[in-house]
Design a protein. Structure first.
Length: 375
């Protein structure tokens, strides 16, 4: 039976043990300091919480890893197989030197990698505790593990994709003239949870001219007949893996005569990028596959962001599908394919699927149609 932490199921001990061992190997003699967050969840099965009191997973180049945690917060880690993993729990109470406790595990290390989103409060204190050690970012180390999803991770992404597809299938229940973006967004947020997510992490309902702002979110603008509306939504399922899917809707017949033809260009661009995904091709070539179609139709200046981002325990993680990224795709890599065309003051559109690289091609995690949805 799978263990559960307060925040969801925990991967099998063998999986976590392998991740810890591979992290140490990837660090190649560098000590690792992993603060609460997605890296900690990947390595131990629990993200923890970051407050003014130090919590830190310490992985020395040699010797057993340790979880340094305030004694009052230690019960929150009871659901983890720490003893089976060989992770020693080092608790401390207010007034004791938590940073010295962590540093003791890294004495003699001349290089220490700190997880990317560690609060500066703790980064600077650990620098004082290890004054002779060079500090670097742990992101380049841990991302080499996290970029390649295993079968259980891919299954969690499938689950998340299916859940957000069910929400998109219901958008017609809420999106209609006379309602504000905020009102529609509140209904969508409730449905995201109803359909299988732990929480609604983000909800974008961008109507009419607001659709030309890719990260618009919500406003009190009243949706009008003829509006084109971009709906970009997602959140984590219990396993911690995220959905992220965008579809574009029209509230009745679009008022702008160019919508159908422009949207057809976007649909072709998104499909061209998905079709280009396979092992051995570069991340930047997927970006180019979408961008070239849009540019050839004369809309190049209206595609103002990268084609995609990796996804997993974070909504945005490696690999990034962007020009200049020569990373070669490998099986298990998961990312969005989401070109858009944004015409300031008028309207915008975006189509987004999450895809996973397979041994010989690509598997989309989202199955909703790509056509403009006219409600």
């Amino acid at each position: 039976m799978a263990r559960r932490s307060p925040l969801g199921p925990v991967p099998e001990s063998a999986v976590l043990r392998s991740r810890l061992e591979r992290a140490r190997e990837a660090a190649a003699g560098t000590g690792l300091l992993i603060a609460p967050g997605s890296d900690l969840r990947y390595l131990l099965g629990q993200p923890g919480g970051s407050f003014e009191r130090l919590t830190m997973l310490v992985i020395p180049a040699e010797g057993a890893p340790a979880l340094v945690v305030p004694k009052l917060e230690a019960p929150g880690y009871d659901g983890l197989p720490l003893e089976e993993l060989g992770v020693e729990v080092l608790t401390w109470v207010d007034g004791e030197d938590a940073y010295g406790l962590a540093a003791d595990r890294l004495r003699g290390s001349d290089r220490v990698a700190v997880s990317d989103f560690t609060p500066a409060l703790h980064v600077l204190a650990m620098r004082d505790a290890l004054p002779k050690a060079e500090q670097t970012l742990a992101g380049p180390i841990v991302r080499e593990l996290r970029m390649r999803k295993d079968a259980a991770e891919v299954e969690a992404l499938r689950k998340a994709g299916a859940a957000i597809d069910r929400v998109h299938a219901r958008v017609g229940e809420w999106l209609r003239p006379g309602r504000t973006e905020a009102e529609v967004g509140a209904d969508i947020a409730d449905a995201i949870v109803e359909e299988g997510h732990v929480v609604a992490d983000f909800v974008i309902v961008a109507s009419g001219p607001n659709g030309a702002s890719p990260h618009h979110a919500l406003s009190d603008r009243v949706i009008e007949a003829g509006d084109v509306v971009v709906v970009d939504i997602g959140g984590p399922v219990a396993e911690g893996y995220n959905s992220d899917s965008t579809r574009t809707y029209a509230v009745g017949t679009p008022r702008d005569a160019d919508v159908a033809a422009t949207y057809a260009v976007l649909r072709d661009a998104q499909q061209a990028a998905v079709d280009a995904v396979r092992p051995g091709v570069s991340a930047e070539s997927i970006d180019a596959a979408a961008r070239d179609v849009i540019a050839a139709a004369g809309f190049g200046d209206f595609f103002i962001h990268r084609t995609g981002h990796g996804i997993g325990l974070d909504v945005h993680e490696e690999p990034y599908i962007v020009g200049g990224n020569g990373l070669l795709l490998e099986p298990g890599m998961a990312f969005s394919v989401e070109p858009g065309i944004y015409q300031p003051g008028r309207w915008g559109a975006r189509i987004e699927d999450i895809v996973v690289v397979t041994e010989d091609g690509v598997e989309p995690m989202n199955q909703r149609p790509h056509d403009l949805v006219v409600l």
